[in-house]
Design a protein around this ligand. Structure first.
Ligand SMILES: [Zn+2]
Length: 266
């Protein structure tokens, strides 16, 4: 995913997506999908390779890059249910609308967005079950968008973190404000108290492990962004100051968008 960017190392101009498959003996639950037709086909082949019955796809939040594969997956796995919280369903309706797909997603991925897009149905519960194990849905409030969630699997001490945590990738802050970033950082402190053993971010540097330290790292990044925002006058200065602090995080385009947004004068 490339975005508007003033300067910086070219090899970092992309973002990876990570989906998670939770497996029992016979059944499986997928958390989030990918963006493009080809990526989602690869995801389907990967899920098939484990020979489980896919019962649910849980969508962590309503951004298109987490749910554009739902229609393809529904076709590939008959009987699968795509679910999310009410807030996810509401955002997903906007993200899959012709306006946003045409003006945003199709521009980034011309000809690659699935023609048929689906919206998850409301889960209407605070957890899913996989062969008797609880998969708890934790509502995290406003993170990179309104009404985000993570999945907490107590048995594994696992957080499937969606876009609540980022792993060595610049977070998407363009929808956030200083107030929502404070809320986000506090939520991360709370998730840290669960004492997870594994934390999977939807956007990560593939060279990195799914290490629980990313919870505190993401909180520190958000607090630093606001401190440096107060210390700088222009988007270029804020961008430069953050890059000095985080020179090798992937997807600096996201930081550039955040810096521009933070310095926007009404
Ligand atoms: Zn997102």
């Amino acid at each position: 995913m490339t975005r508007d960017l003033p300067y910086g190392p070219d090899d970092l101009l992309w973002v990876t997506n990570q989906a998670t498959l939770l497996m029992g003996e016979k059944d499986a639950v997928l958390v989030d999908t990918y963006v493009t037709i080809e990526q989602n086909q690869q995801l389907i082949d990967w899920v098939r390779s484990f020979g489980r019955r896919l019962t649910h796809v849980y969508v962590t939040h309503g951004h298109g890059d987490h749910l554009f594969g739902l229609a393809q997956i529904a076709e590939a796995f008959p009987g699968v249910r795509a679910v999310g919280t009410d807030a996810t369903v509401a955002t997903a309706k906007v993200q899959t609308g012709a306006d946003l797909v045409g003006s945003f997603w199709e521009r980034l991925f011309p000809g690659q967005i699935p023609a048929e897009l689906a919206v998850p149905e409301p889960l209407g519960d605070d957890h899913l079950e996989l062969e008797g194990q609880r998969l708890d849905i934790v509502e995290t409030g406003f993170t990179d968008t309104a009404g985000s969630t993570v999945v907490w699997v107590p048995e594994l001490r696992l957080i499937v973190g969606g876009d609540v945590v980022y792993n060595d990738a610049h977070p998407y802050l363009s929808e956030s404000t200083a107030a929502t970033r404070r809320e986000w950082a506090t939520t991360l402190d709370r998730l840290g108290e669960l004492d997870p053993a594994v934390v999977v971010a939807a956007h990560k540097n593939p060279e990195r492990a799914d290490d629980p330290r990313i919870v505190a790292e993401t909180a520190a990044y958000l607090r630093e962004f606001d401190l440096l925002d107060a210390d700088t006058a222009t988007a270029e200065e804020l961008y430069g100051a953050m890059l000095e602090r985080y020179p090798r995080r992937i997807n600096p385009g996201s930081l550039w968008g955040a810096a521009q947004r933070a310095k926007q004068r009404p």
